[in-house]
Design a protein around this ligand. Structure first.
Ligand code: ZN
Length: 874
């Protein structure tokens, strides 16, 4: 069904091209021009002559919509089709501007050549029907004819105060009143985020947990209802206009007003169009002396409605829910709640030219609405131009881009109720650079060593995955089934998120793109189990092996290994390991979520990996690479297969199950990291495992104060130190899972994990869901454990005291800081060389334990296995 639709739309486009070419001079275009002229001149009589006799109903409706005559009208013909009865159907997109307010609408016109006329070229309207419209667009300009003196101004928003004792102000006004305000003069900005995690981020940014800064100018975007009382109050008094103030105000206005609440009207208008913020929303662009421009925004439609942004460094400092928002949405929330729909299935066809980083694609998304909707938001990388957007249900739709946000707004013709299926077909194309891998290690900025005269250049590999928005998609990760057909020049191969289902010569008519003269191969994939996002890697891969892996559960998994030429022998070794890892993870969780895995061994200057569903990529470094990698938190020199083990574990954690918002990313990275450690222990034994824990422990303790695990990808962001992310999100999370296991025991821990995985396979989960699964499995309340370790950033400090008699050892642990549940291993060493491990759960402020001795005591070691995230005073 989907394939037929794609084919039909391809035919439609061809018909359009042919029609456009035949008609020169274009009589249809002439009709459109006459409509435009009649509307602009307000000449109803001449407009009505364009309609066919007795066919003027549609024209009447159109005329009423266009009256009184707008100041500006732009009509673009988007589509032309020949209908069976000889008439033609046009899709027209229009911008009408009255004063500074714009309206974009789509109309479907049916036209035919006028009968009984000598002029064969004359066409007339049979019908004209509006399909959809977007209103509330404004061309904002600063009113430089009115200036105000400001005294004792105080503006407040959640956790923000802007105060100005004396200064000047200018306004930008629309029909409902002023919606933008420029302030000039000395003011003070105070920002006080509410909780420890956000205060810590603010301290990392500014040096203080409370920000109080002087500013010299600011631009505020607010709803007219909020500005009106301020302008009417005694803080604002009209004052003579000063030319130098006007210049300053204009400069600030022009520089900042297009940054937010903007829409790009494509070829309808090159002007800057803005939306008006809803009541109680506010965006403040504040120019401070010390930090340059800081942006505070309160946007109630967002799940984290308060954000604070460093414009100069392009860094997000704060993002959280205000108390009102928190009360409405709850503490544990799903990012899905902010999206109007759920993606059910994706059909993607793309032509990728790696040499020019060019993508030309067609994607169908089948969505199911969650709520009544009038418009849909999609993500698509800004460099990719949308060639066409249609839906099976509504035909061609209006699309507007949100500048700077990789976002596309799709207007539906009418409100669509909940639980309705909508299929969108998007054709798009452009130059999109492939993305770097995460974790990206801090590489030595110097060029590669050329001492021995040989410097290898890594074989290029082109990755398009999550965050690159290489196809139209939901703004959030969204499990969906998919079919992909990706064509590339024939010297390349493709690894993508789906089971390979074959290759073919691409259909030349199916994808229109430049650079098509070379031989191409199309790779086909099918993801019949839901995947959270689609990814693909294009490189000069060679096929290394194809195996069926017996998973030990009665099921098998097809493992295909590919590698760049220099990595082929390495890849052969990796095949065995991958097989063993897949079996091990399946034994822990009961099944493998995806029936096939394409493993690619590639090259890079820095180590890295990626684990999308159905695939894994491992970058090998070349001998000439020079890196500052040795001390990276996720470098485990005693266990070089760690990255492979981590990436394969992502099939279960991060793909089949992932976090329901960015605070829950530890469910992907921390779980994958812990599973990799478990595999290392399984393969190499306790010493290797202890070595891994030692490195994890050291790195996690060192930077733990920079934020809790629940901060997700924001860890390390402000200071651009991705090692902090890896030390906390990866390593600390893995150790937290290990400590949980030691507190509740292996049986309950692995039962709980299996239960959690089984319940949330192909869904999103949160810390609350994980806690419930583990509480059910262990019969214990784990609230204080989760609060301390996932939402807190402290590391417990334990004072240990001991006394021993010939038959007993008595130990006391005292928590010197806030109480955090932590299991500590006590190793009793006897004079005969034997030893005994006892795990002491230090779950309270003071815990004492008396242990019987079975020999002569030589030594007592505390945390010798490095399994406790704690520091000890002895
Ligand atoms: Zn990972």
């Amino acid at each position: 069904m989907l394939r037929r639709c794609l084919l039909l739309s391809a035919l439609g486009l061809i018909a359009l091209d042919a029609a456009a070419q035949n008609a020169t001079p274009d009589a249809v275009a002439a009709l459109v021009t006459r409509i435009e002229q009649a509307v602009l001149s307000g000449d109803r009589a001449s407009f009505m002559t364009l309609a066919a006799q007795n066919q003027s109903d549609g024209a009447e409706v159109f005329w009423r919509q266009m009256s009184p005559a707008p100041d500006q009208l732009v009509i673009k013909e988007r589509e032309r089709r020949q209908l069976p009865d000889g008439s033609r159907q046009l899709v027209l997109e229009m911008l009408t501007v009255r004063s500074d307010e714009g309206r974009v609408s789509t109309w479907v016109a049916r036209i035919r050549p006028a009968p009984n006329t000598e002029e064969a070229a004359r066409w007339q309207l049979l019908d004209l029907v509006q399909r959809s419209a977007i209103t509330g667009l404004y061309r904002l300009s600063l009113d430089t004819t009115r200036q105000f003196a400001v005294s004792r101004l105080r503006l407040v928003a959640p956790d923000l105060e802007l105060a100005m004792n004396a200064g000047t102000a200018f306004l930008a006004t629309v029909s409902d009143g002023a919606t933008a305000l420029v302030l000039l003069g000395r003011g003070t900005m105070t920002f006080t985020p509410p909780d420890d995690a956000e205060r810590t981020q603010l301290r990392l940014f500014s040096g203080n947990i409370r920000l109080q800064e002087e500013f010299d100018s600011a631009l505020l975007r607010v709803n007219p209802a909020q500005i009106a009382p301020i302008v009417a109050s005694s803080t604002f008094t009209p004052t003579p206009v000063s030319a130098s103030d006007v210049r300053r105000a204009l400069r600030l206005f022009e520089e900042t007003v297009g940054r937010t609440l903007a829409l790009d009207l494509n070829d309808l208008s090159r002007d800057r169009w803005s939306l008006i913020p809803p009541p109680d929303d506010i965006v403040a662009e504040v120019r401070t002396n010390r930090f340059g421009t800081l942006t505070y925004a309160r946007v109630q439609s967002q799940l984290e409605d308060v954000t604070f942004f460093d414009r100069t460094a392009a860094k997000s400092v704060s993002s959280y829910a205000s108390p009102q928002k928190l009360a409405a949405r709850g503490r544990f929330y799903s990012e899905d709640d902010a999206v109007e729909y759920d993606v059910e299935s994706i059909d993607l066809e793309a032509d990728i030219d790696p040499g020019r980083s060019w993508i030309e694609g067609r994607t169908s998304l089948t969505l199911v609405t969650r709520v009544p909707v009038m418009s849909l938001t999609l993500k698509l990388a800004e460099p990719l131009a949308v060639r066409s957007l249609e839906s099976d249900e509504f035909g061609r739709l209006i699309l507007l881009r949100i500048p700077g946000q990789d976002s596309v707004l799709v207007k539906l013709p009418a409100t669509v109720g909940p639980n309705q299926r909508v299929t969108l077909r998007v054709a798009y194309g452009g130059r999109l650079l492939p993305q770097a891998l995460e974790p990206s290690v801090s590489a030595d900025p110097q060029p590669l060593s050329e001492q021995d005269g040989v410097a290898f250049t890594p074989e290029p590999r082109h990755i398009y995955s999550t965050r690159s928005y290489w196809y139209p998609q939901s703004p959030v990760l969204d499990h969906a089934t998919a079919r992909l057909r990706i064509s590339v020049p024939s010297e390349y191969r493709v690894v993508a998120s789906g089971r390979p289902t074959g290759t073919s010569e691409p259909d030349a008519a199916a994808v229109v793109g430049p650079g098509r003269q070379r031989a191409r191969t199309s790779y086909h994939f099918e993801a019949d189990r839901p995947v959270p996002y689609l990814a693909c890697v294009v490189s000069r891969f060679e096929l290394v092996s194809e195996n069926s892996v017996d998973l030990g559960t009665g099921a098998s998994l097809s493992l295909v290994v590919q590698a760049n030429n220099r990595q082929v022998s390495k890849a052969r070794a990796v095949t065995q390991q991958a097989t063993s890892m897949l079996r091990f993870y399946t034994s822990l969780l009961g099944d493998a979520p995806y029936p096939s895995l394409a493993l690619a061994v590639s090259e890079s200057d820095i180590p890295g990996g990626h684990g999308p569903a159905y695939a894994a990529l491992i970058d090998q470094t070349l001998p000439t690479s020079r890196l500052v990698w040795k001390n990276d938190p996720v470098n485990f020199p005693d266990y070089p297969s760690y990255m492979l083990a981590h990436e394969l574990a992502h099939q279960w954690w991060g793909q089949a199950v992932n976090g329901k918002n960015y605070h829950e990313r530890w469910i992907s990275e921390g779980f994958a990291q812990y599973f990799a450690a478990l595999y290392a222990e399984h393969e190499r034994g306790a010493d290797t495992f202890a070595g891994i824990l030692r490195r994890m422990q050291r790195s996690a303790i060192e930077v733990s104060a920079q934020g809790p695990i629940a901060l997700g990808h924001r860890l390390g962001h402000i200071r651009s130190d991705s090692r902090v992310l890896r030390a906390i999100l990866y390593n600390k999370s893995a150790m937290v899972l290990h400590m949980l296991r030691r507190l509740i025991g292996d049986q309950a821990f692995f039962d709980g994990l299996r239960r959690f995985y089984g319940e949330f396979r192909f869904r999103k989960a949160g810390t609350d869901d994980f806690r419930q699964a583990m509480e059910r499995a262990s019969g214990r309340n784990l609230e204080s454990f989760m609060e301390a370790w996932i939402f807190g950033s402290s590391i417990p400090r334990l004072k240990v005291s001991r006394s021993a008699s010939p038959t007993e050892l008595s130990l006391t642990f005292e928590q010197l800081g806030p109480v955090m549940p932590v299991p500590v291993t006590v190793t009793i060493v006897y004079t005969d060389g034997s030893n005994e491990d006892v795990i002491v759960p230090v779950t309270e402020a003071r815990v004492s334990r008396v242990m019987p001795l079975r020999g002569t005591l030589r030594d007592v070691k505390i945390d010798d296995d490095h399994a406790a995230l704690a520091t000890f005073q002895r």
